[in-house]
Write a protein that binds this ligand. Structure first.
Ligand code: ZN
Length: 413
């Protein structure tokens, strides 16, 4: 990943820091320094906080004297940042040159890190320049130039109907150049309003930043299992809930122009130990599953819209309990789910076996929340009321069978 956006906030912070110290609008300094404006008596002492990137990131203060009256076209105190022997940017003075280097480092710094070391692949010097007619860059322009290779990065906001091809056409670029300038953009999924770079990012400096970061990490807890005859096979129950522990981990990271190269854990201190969890695992055979023998209610409100027994010359094998769509359906006793799928006129059907030859049917369900083989406990929600299959209104068709023979459910409810 290439870092393409300059961290303007960080640069602003550096400038704000300077403002705070001197009560002078730092951003107007380059104007006051401008050659040709004339020798007006401006003499300012600018305190510029410079972070010294040595061991321990010691903060030092530097006093900079900027006397604009001394500046003329013939004799400037401008400074160049000389990279690998070539002047890269010209700024008003040495302090600004150092502020540029600091801001470049800050642009790559991870939030909250302590900077351990800064190294450049290139040789970097600050040199006074005697060249005439130069116009220095502002600190921000110089930082942008160092980070991206250009003083005024051009960008483009994606509009409706744009593609990489049309954007490249509009801006006199090749599609490959546009792609190289936007390594993080997906050409197949351009979103309207996305900002694309119209320049290739060519940083002047290749900066290796070593940082130290302290972060809190959780420690996993162990889980132990205990077998129990009180639960059926496949059933589990948490006996003791586990708790994550916490540790403070100090890591040293190395980044090259913002791209992570390595991470080394250098220290770790336990803040709190994890508490192990205990989970009960059932061993009781499902074939021995027997309900309590006493049924609960399959829906909260019993309103019979069609009773069990003969109906219009036919036979109604269950009881219809009218309820609005989505009403929770509860299993009437402990058991094992033996069916949870669509079946003809029943629609979505859940069948639960309660042992001793007893099973219950829940038909016309809208949704089902159990699967075949699930162990369910009396009162668990297993489905919701619907109108699937052959039904004329929202209701639960509830059926009880003993050894496969339908029973009058009202004898059980
Ligand atoms: Zn029915």
């Amino acid at each position: 990943m290439i870092r393409t956006n300059i961290d303007k906030e960080l640069i602003k912070n550096v400038i704000d820091l300077a403002k705070e110290k001197v009560k002078v609008t730092f951003s107007t300094m380059p104007v006051k320094h401008k050659i040709g404006i004339g020798a007006y008596a401006l003499s300012t002492v600018l305190l510029c906080t410079v972070l010294a990137f040595t061991q321990g990131a010691v903060s030092t203060e530097r006093i900079m004297s900027a006397d604009a009256a001394n500046m003329t076209e013939k004799n400037s105190n401008f400074c160049s940042l000389v990279i690998d022997g070539k002047p890269a940017v010209v700024v008003a003075n040495e302090a600004e040159a150092e502020a540029v280097l600091d801001a470049v480092t800050l642009a790559y710094q991870t939030k909250g890190s302590e900077i351990i070391n800064v190294a450049y692949k290139e040789t970097v010097d600050i040199a006074a320049t005697t060249e005439k007619g130069l116009k220095p860059l502002t600190v921000q322009e110089a930082v942008t130039t160092i980070l991206t290779g250009t003083k005024e990065p051009k960008t483009y906001a994606v509009q409706s109907g744009d593609s990489f091809w049309t954007i490249a056409q509009k801006n006199g670029m090749k599609v490959s150049e546009l792609a190289a300038a936007n390594p993080n953009a997906n050409p197949d999924c351009l979103k309207i309003g996305t900002t694309l770079n119209l320049f290739e990012v060519k940083p002047y400096l290749h900066l290796t930043l070593t940082e130290r970061l302290v972060a809190s990490e959780k420690i996993e807890y162990a889980t132990s299992y205990e077998s129990t005859e009180t639960l059926y096979k496949g059933e589990t129950r948490v006996k003791v809930a586990g708790t994550y522990g916490e540790k403070q981990v100090t890591k040293e990271t190395v980044k090259e122009n913002g791209v992570l190269v390595s991470t080394t854990e250098i220290a770790s201190a336990v803040v709190s130990e994890p508490v192990p969890a205990t989970v009960l695992q059932g061993t009781k055979s499902l074939s021995s599953m027997v309900g309590t023998g006493s049924f609960g209610s399959p829906v909260a409100r019993i309103e019979i819209s069609s009773a069990y027994g003969s109906r219009g010359g036919g036979r109604h094998t269950g009881v219809d309990l009218r309820n609005p769509k989505g009403t929770p359906i509860y299993v009437v006793d402990d058991g094992v789910v033996t069916k949870a799928s669509y079946q003809g006129s029943y629609g979505n059907l859940v069948i639960v076996s309660h042992g001793n030859g007893i099973s219950t049917y829940y038909a016309h369900c809208d949704t089902m929340s159990v699967s075949v083989g699930d162990v369910v406990r009396k009162g668990d929600q297993i489905a919701t009321v619907g109108i699937t299959g052959r039904a004329t209104g929202y209701h639960l068709h509830f059926e009880v069978r003993k050894d496969g023979v339908v029973q009058n459910p009202m004898n059980y409810l």
